[in-house]
Design a protein around this ligand. Structure first.
Ligand SMILES: Cc1ncc(COP(=O)(O)O)c(C=O)c1O
Length: 378
């Protein structure tokens, strides 16, 4: 029997194919207009079918956050892969093995200690690793600041140690704290100019720096000029989510990932409907809590995906979700959402919600569903 939205077990992670394609086209078009190569971060979906759709639209290479992703995507024919998390020395033998099997795997460092470990291991095994230096352009996370002496020192250690110094990479994650077009544009420019500055300093020191790689979904979409940048990375744009909606780079109608859930009971006096999607389905991510609109654990939609304004998943236990109306309690909740009603919930953070599920169900406009696998673990 072919599954439909009415028969499939819940909770289930749905991908609206048309919306996803629209999101992919939007980003790729913008990158083409800016004249830069686009390397999507596939940690959002960890799904072959999604990455293939990004590649078909024009993406060149992929970015990953674990060597498990490298394994899985390489097995499916993706060869140009950037592992964009600082390299831990104990992972070098695995990285070497992947390269020996033909994977063009790039790795990342932001310290002299880790650069030395890469050089030592590379020399001992006769491998010239492709290495990017992570640059900190917003004080958000890891990386070397463009003006720090360590930038040149790391470059020298790698280059003189016989590794292939690929260039610089940054991720302006603090763009997630912004919510106006002006602030996003300014952050995109800060990300660009600081990363280009790091590249210029390496060049000035006589070191190679062919790649200047920047990106987060908000800055990628806000950028209107990327002079000096060779490559952009973005991940969550493929699905979007409520955090991105609050930042202002999408609307609810762009969100391609949702959780299909079933009403299992009520606390009518409190104005609650109980659904079978708790935090095990939605994740614990409360990313909208500090933003301009708090959606609880998610925005409620009907089974067709139409937003039901004011209804949110206000609470979540492991397998129970509490659906309620913001403001005044809904006295008719039991009649509005009888037991057995199917609803959809838009997630706060698509990467976190997707990660709760072993597979997605890709929903076509004709209502048909296809199962797409999803990787887990490291
Ligand atoms: C190194 C790196 N590049 C790119 C991204 C993509 O960011 P986003 O999901 O905002 O598109 C991330 C996300 O955390 C990242 O860590």
């Amino acid at each position: 029997m072919t599954e439909t939205l009415a028969t499939i077990d819940t909770p289930a992670a749905l991908i609206e194919s048309t919306r996803m394609q629209r999101n992919i086209q939007r980003m790729q078009r913008h990158m083409n207009e800016l004249g830069v190569r686009f390397r999507p971060h596939v940690k959002t979906s960890k799904c072959i079918e999604v990455a293939k759709a990004q590649r078909d639209a024009g993406a060149l290479g992929i970015t990953v956050s674990t060597l498990k992703e490298v394994e899985q995507f390489f097995a499916e024919g993706f060869t140009d892969i950037l592992y964009a998390v600082g390299m831990a020395p104990h992972r070098l033998p695995h990285a070497l093995e992947l390269r020996r099997r033909g994977c063009a795997l790039g790795i990342l460092t932001d310290s002299v200690a880790s650069a030395r470990a890469i050089v030592e291991f590379g020399r001992a095994s006769g491998e010239a690793f492709d290495v990017l230096i992570e640059v900190d352009t917003d004080g958000h996370r890891s990386g070397i600041k463009p003006e720090e002496d360590a930038l040149i020192e790391v470059g020298r250690v790698l280059h003189e140690g016989g590794m292939r110094l690929g260039g610089v990479l940054t991720h302006a994650g603090s763009s997630y704290e912004l919510d106006t077009p002006e602030a996003l544009k300014a952050m995109a420019e800060q990300e660009r100019s600081a990363c280009v500055r790091a590249a210029q300093r390496l060049g000035g020191a006589g070191l190679p720096c062919p790649v200047v790689s920047v990106g987060s979904t908000p800055t990628a979409l806000a950028a209107d000029a990327l002079d000096g940048v060779t490559e952009v990375r973005a991940g969550v744009y493929v699905f979007f989510d409520l955090v991105m909606r609050n930042i202002g780079v999408c609307t609810e109608d762009d969100i391609a990932l949702s959780v299909l859930t079933t009403v299992i009971g009520h606390q009518a006096d409190k104005g609650w409907a109980i659904v079978d999607a708790g935090w095990m389905a939605m994740s614990r991510d409360r990313g909208t809590q500090k933003q301009k609109w708090d959606f609880g654990y998610g925005q409620i939609c009907d089974a067709q995906g139409r937003v039901l304004d004011g209804y949110v998943l206000s609470g979540a236990n492991q397998e129970h979700g509490i659906l309620s109306r913001e403001g005044e309690a809904d006295a008719d909740i039991a009649a509005r959402f009888p037991v057995g009603t199917r609803l959809r919930i838009l997630p706060n953070h698509a990467c976190a919600t997707g990660a709760q599920f072993p597979e997605y169900h890709a929903l076509s406009d004709d209502g048909s569903l296809r199962a797409w696998g999803r990787f887990h673990g490291w």
